[in-house]
Design a protein around this ligand. Structure first.
Ligand code: R5P
Length: 296
């Protein structure tokens, strides 16, 4: 039997997962001292239990040490295995050294987590040049796919959708979601010249005027990609687009800025707690825990 241990902010998703796999859920306490250090306190856990910590890795620099301290404390308390459920997995985009001296963070962060945990479950990690998590993680990993959930949400809520990817990287999600939802799709072109500087162009497609645009991306960070895609569609008199995102990162005012750019609504999965969460990954994570905890 697994014991689920939620980091702060993960209570709702942890409750959803615990209801599916019928396990206990308890909470890790993080006390932040004025000097920036953190005291991690683990609740009483049955000895030799297998424990799954759930912590979404938004703000990974602040979470990394508390995660390692929690995992090591659990081992000292007698846990037989300690797994990590990281619905959003940070640092996977930094997979190449673009300039001399830059850290290639993806494998370094994967090493850090592999040294702390026995297994990892995550949801649609942003992998670009890395083909599979097993290329960088030394522990068993399971990668939950949200495409069926998002396709189901679109089928149920937007009967006349055309699914749009904002850039060539999104082609993979968009084609799969459109196929599962049985809707047409189109991929826009993006040029990025800086963290907050993005240009989007929209190919000609008559269905953009007759159908409800649903822009699908894995994350909105600065929000510029989603904002520019919405603006181009509004410029050409398409309907106000719905934005669907897997991970609700929304740095700074990105969420308000996307709405202000003319989105009809923004919908996200609950990998990162946010008011836009409308699609739950609890069932898929529960299934993944079942398989990986037996195999690890
Ligand atoms: C890019 O490859 C990603 O899929 C997103 O489109 C991108 O990271 C979004 O970033 P931002 O919100 O800062 O434009």
């Amino acid at each position: 039997m697994i014991e689920l241990l939620a980091f702060p902010g993960m209570e709702k998703l942890a409750g959803g997962i615990a209801a599916k796999i019928r396990c206990n859920v308890q909470y890790v306490d993080l006390h932040h001292f004025p000097d920036g250090e953190t005291l991690v306190t683990i609740p009483p856990i049955p000895e030799e239990a297998e424990v799954a910590i759930i912590a979404t890795l938004l703000g990974p620099d602040q979470l990394a040490l508390p995660l390692r301290f929690a995992a090591q404390t659990l081992r000292q308390m007698g846990s037989s295995k300690v797994g990590l459920i990281a619905p959003y997995l940070a640092y996977m985009r930094q997979d190449k050294r673009f300039l001399p001296g830059q850290a290639v963070s993806a494998p370094l962060f994967a090493d850090f987590l592999s040294d702390s945990f026995d297994w990892l479950v995550t949801v649609d990690p942003h992998l670009h040049r890395i083909g599979a998590l097993s290329e960088v993680f030394k522990i068993p990993t399971s990668r939950v796919a949200t495409a069926p959930l998002i396709a189901n949400w679109i089928s149920t809520n937007v009967s006349d959708a055309i699914v749009l990817g904002p850039d060539s990287e999104s082609q993979q999600w968009v084609a799969e979601v459109a196929r599962l939802a049985n809707k047409p799709y189109e991929v826009l072109q993006k040029q990025r010249s800086g963290d907050r500087s993005v240009k989007i162009s929209v190919p000609e497609n008559p269905e953009l005027f007759t159908r409800q645009p649903v822009i699908l991306d894995d994350i909105a960070s600065s929000g510029r990609t989603m904002i520019e895609a919405i603006r181009r569609l509004r410029d050409m008199q398409a309907k106000a687009p719905i934005g669907v995102l897997i991970h609700a990162i929304f740095a700074g005012d990105a969420y308000a800025d996307i709405l202000a750019a003319g989105a009809l609504s923004i919908v996200t999965t609950d990998t990162i707690p946010h008011e836009s969460n409308a699609i739950s990954v609890a069932g898929q994570i529960a299934d993944a825990i079942g398989s990986i905890s037996q195999s690890a």
